[in-house]
Design a protein around this ligand. Structure first.
Ligand code: GDG
Length: 501
């Protein structure tokens, strides 16, 4: 994609802000510094763009950093080896323990996360956390304003996610009308009827309307946001059809851009020698026979991901269809996440209990219905496992987009598997037509869908797999980046900024 042209049309440089940093540095007592490379699709994709434009990325300096060791050392050039792709500046914000607790664990992950996933009963009461959230957002706004001032002209500032909802307005107050502000919201935006439960809903809406462009994964979330702004804010002029909000003398454009995955890279990884080795070793080490069919689920252990409901459905499948006993194993990769939060610790226990229940009920001496692991797997290993599986099972109870469904398709081989997909994931809006759809709480329907998927005739299976593969190739990570950047170019030129060509 023609990123360089799009970027130069959008601004005079690029500043990215996200809670999570692209590279994590650990500082040993002996002065030794070790650096972790970016893992996720988004971080890796943005990292490539940043290397080309020599920008600044601002993030929480999460890690084992001891403030005394890193004192005064808040910026660092990455990647550390400065290889062929060029380098950029990573600016770390050092948050203290109370700030991390209030901003990250409480307000972001126990208020905004469940609220946006419409899990109101899981939203925790918050008192001082709101002040921490505001203060940390101010630190981000200060850092973004400094980076914007250092740029040669008016840069594009690209913010990410629900951790930074107040920062756009705070940055406007510091940097004025100059920089173009775009913000990608990676999780759902709920309906007004849900959002109105938010204790600080006015401030959140006001904060986000400091942006020129606000991007959600699918049109449903855009509409929910626009209606929330319309109902929630006095003095906001909302045009739902045009996707715009005029508020406090500024127009915010709201657009959908469904995020994609690096399909070519995943296909390559799935075909690598490392992937093949992993597949064989995984079966051997977990006691799965060579000819046992596999279904796979891969999730951060989050209560939105529907892992418990999925296990209920597999239990029903094995109960109602004894022919699958001894013939099919469901592999669940469940990487630990946010375990310091009680709702997450509870969820992990519920998943383990459900795994044990299904295994106790059906396992035999040489077969287990469920293989469950919390091990973090390499990208190649994961791609290999996707390719090995007859079914990819993605069944969140609610999910902004979901990358796992797309990765499963991207890894597919000559003899492709079937994607079983919850209609509650954003990605269902783009891929649902060719997947086998499930409602995650409908155990009987879910089990019947698993049976359908496992017994699907080869022709039908290939027809769907080809359509899915075309879809994720056309709308891959690069094309998503280009979509966002051209939307930015659109608002910049409407603003009287640099024209797009
Ligand atoms: C949010 C939204 C939206 C997981 N285990 C391993 C591993 N993973 C990787 C997967 C995938 C990623 O983690 C999870 O992606 P999801 O899309 O499920 O997302 P969330 O973390 O909930 O992220 C979501 C996303 O933002 C992007 O906007 O799609 O809706 O909730 O890439 O592969 N990767 C490796 N080993 C593991 O064990 N290598």
């Amino acid at each position: 994609a023609d990123f360089d042209r799009l970027l130069s049309a959008a601004g005079d440089g690029l500043v990215v802000a996200s809670n999570r940093q692209p590279y994590r540095h650990d500082y040993g007592d002996d002065g030794e510094v070790t650096v972790d490379r970016p893992a996720g699709g988004l971080t890796a994709g943005l990292d490539e763009v940043m290397r080309r434009v020599d920008g600044t990325w601002i993030a929480w300096g999460d890690g084992e950093a001891d403030a005394a060791v890193v004192d005064g050392d808040d910026t660092v050039a990455v990647p550390p080896d400065g290889d062929a792709g060029g380098t950029y500046t990573l600016r770390r914000l050092w948050l203290d323990g109370d700030e991390v607790q209030g901003y990250y664990y409480e307000l972001s992950n126990q208020v905004l996360w469940p609220l946006c996933h419409a899990a109101l009963a899981t939203v925790e009461s918050c008192g001082d956390a709101w002040a921490d959230y505001r203060r940390v957002n101010e630190q981000f706004a200060d850092a973004m304003a400094a980076a914007a001032t250092d740029a040669d002209g008016d840069p594009l500032v690209w913010l990410h996610d629900y951790h930074l909802a107040l920062a756009p307005r705070q940055l406007r107050e510091r940097a004025g009308a100059g920089p173009t502000l775009a913000h990608t919201w990676h999780i759902p935006w709920p309906s007004w009827d849900t959002f109105r439960a938010c204790p600080n809903r006015d401030a959140l809406l006001d904060g986000l309307l400091g942006n020129d462009l606000l991007v959600f994964h699918v049109p449903r979330y855009c509409e929910n946001f626009l209606r929330s702004a319309d109902r929630g804010l006095d003095g906001a002029a909302v045009d739902v059809d045009a996707g715009t909000v005029e508020y406090r003398g500024r127009t915010t454009t709201v657009r959908a851009a469904p995020m994609g995955v690096p399909a070519d890279r995943i296909r390559e990884q799935a075909g690598s020698a490392e992937a093949a080795g992993f597949r064989a070793a995984f079966r051997k080490n977990r006691g799965i026979d060579r000819d046992t069919r596999l279904a796979v689920g891969v999730d951060r252990l989050d209560y939105t991901k529907g892992v418990v409901q999925r296990l209920d459905a597999f239990e029903r499948l094995f109960a109602d269809n004894p022919r699958y006993r001894g013939e099919l194993t469901f592999v669940q990769i469940g990487t630990e996440s946010r375990s310091a939060i009680p709702a997450y610790a509870d969820y992990q226990e519920r998943v383990e209990a459900a795994v044990d229940r299904v295994n106790d009920r059906f396992a035999t001496d040489d077969w287990r219905p469920v293989v469950y692991t919390t091990d973090m797997i390499s990208n190649e290993g994961l791609a290999g496992l996707y390719r090995e599986a007859d079914l990819g099972v993605v069944s969140p109870v609610r999910d902004g987009m979901n990358l796992v469904a797309q990765e499963y398709v991207a890894a597919g081989a000559d003899d492709p598997g079937v994607l079983v997909l919850s209609d509650q994931a954003g990605v269902h809006d783009t891929l649902g037509e060719w997947a086998v759809s499930v409602r995650p709480h409908d155990t009987n329907g879910f089990a019947a869908a698993l049976d359908d998927a496992l017994s699907m005739p080869e022709r039908e299976r290939r027809r769907r797999a080809n359509a899915l593969a075309d879809g994720i190739e056309d709308d891959d990570l690069d094309s998503w980046l280009a979509d966002v950047l051209s939307a930015v170019a659109g608002v910049a030129s409407a603003d009287g900024g640099v024209p797009t060509r």
